[in-house]
Design a binder for this molecule. Sequence first.
Ligand SMILES: Nc1ncnc2c1ncn2[C@@H]1O[C@H](COP(=O)(O)OP(=O)(O)OP(=O)(O)O)[C@@H](O)[C@H]1O
Length: 311
Amino acid sequence: METILELKNISKKFKQQIALDNVNLTIKKGDIYGLIGRNGAGKTTLLKIITSLSKQTSGTIQLFGSNNQKQFINALHRTGSVIETPVAYDNLSAKENLIYYSKLRGVVDNEDIDKMLELVDLANVGKKKSKHFSLGMKQKLGIAIALLSKPDFLILDEPINGLDPIAIVEFRELLKKLNKELNITILISSHILTELYHVANRFGILNQGTLIEELSKEEFEALSRHMITLQIEDTAKTSQLLEQYSINDFKVISGSEINIYDETVEVSQLVRLLSDENIKINGIYKSGVDLESHFKSLVDGEYNQTQMEGF
Ligand SMILES: Nc1ncnc2c1ncn2[C@@H]1O[C@H](COP(=O)(O)OP(=O)(O)OP(=O)(O)O)[C@@H](O)[C@H]1O
């Protein structure tokens, strides 16, 4: 899969303050990459560096495989972004804003503008000035402006911030549509993990300027699953027994431990099964980690694993 963005050892210092510390990150074509971090983690600084609004103190950026400054600038033309302040003009309507920006960028095509308004669901707002738009509408207009030059890569800084729940759902649908139908790779930041969880396929967790973890959606899903951990002496016999009782969603972790992910299985049922077969149980407990807890554990060093039953 083509690499769209590769950051190598990106660092940024503001006088004595280190805002980014050796960030390495790769985004592949087709990704919706969620960059998660608390306020002040360095998200905006990183996105500004990628889009050349700010210069890194050290490290390299490859955008669409660029190997020099000229190629990087060309690659930037394939990138659209909405970072920090909304760019729309308050006294212009959605359509007038798009006409203004398309003229500015030399890409005037009224048909395209109408399509764009339709795409972001602003086709019916008529002459309403953008200063009277809701936050969600302003965000959509910002995206429409960024899409005017038909980018292959879209960078959005906290676009979900402050939206109401319905606007969040609509916004996620829009991002999925851009990704699936227009093949746009997306980098999106947020300080709320669950906001990105439903839309992104890969995640990077930024904490105090350091990218502390990169995870795929599947890895996150595996983490958030609830499970029963069995500590027994005979994992082979236990595995056979589980299968015999159609409990197939389990994993042998070591010679003495099995994790069972099937949420319909009860601890008491397992104890009975194993006792009937004279399999010695050294320990059995239920555990689970939700996403926000995992995020918190990474940034705070606390791990919210609950031991509910054990002996
Ligand atoms: N121009 C600047 N001068 C000095 N320090 C800065 C500047 N821009 C950012 N910083 C500092 O760098 C750190 C990272 O800031 P940044 O805005 O990138 O974080 P963020 O993750 O985007 O946070 P938020 O979610 O609050 O926008 C912060 O400590 C911030 O104070």
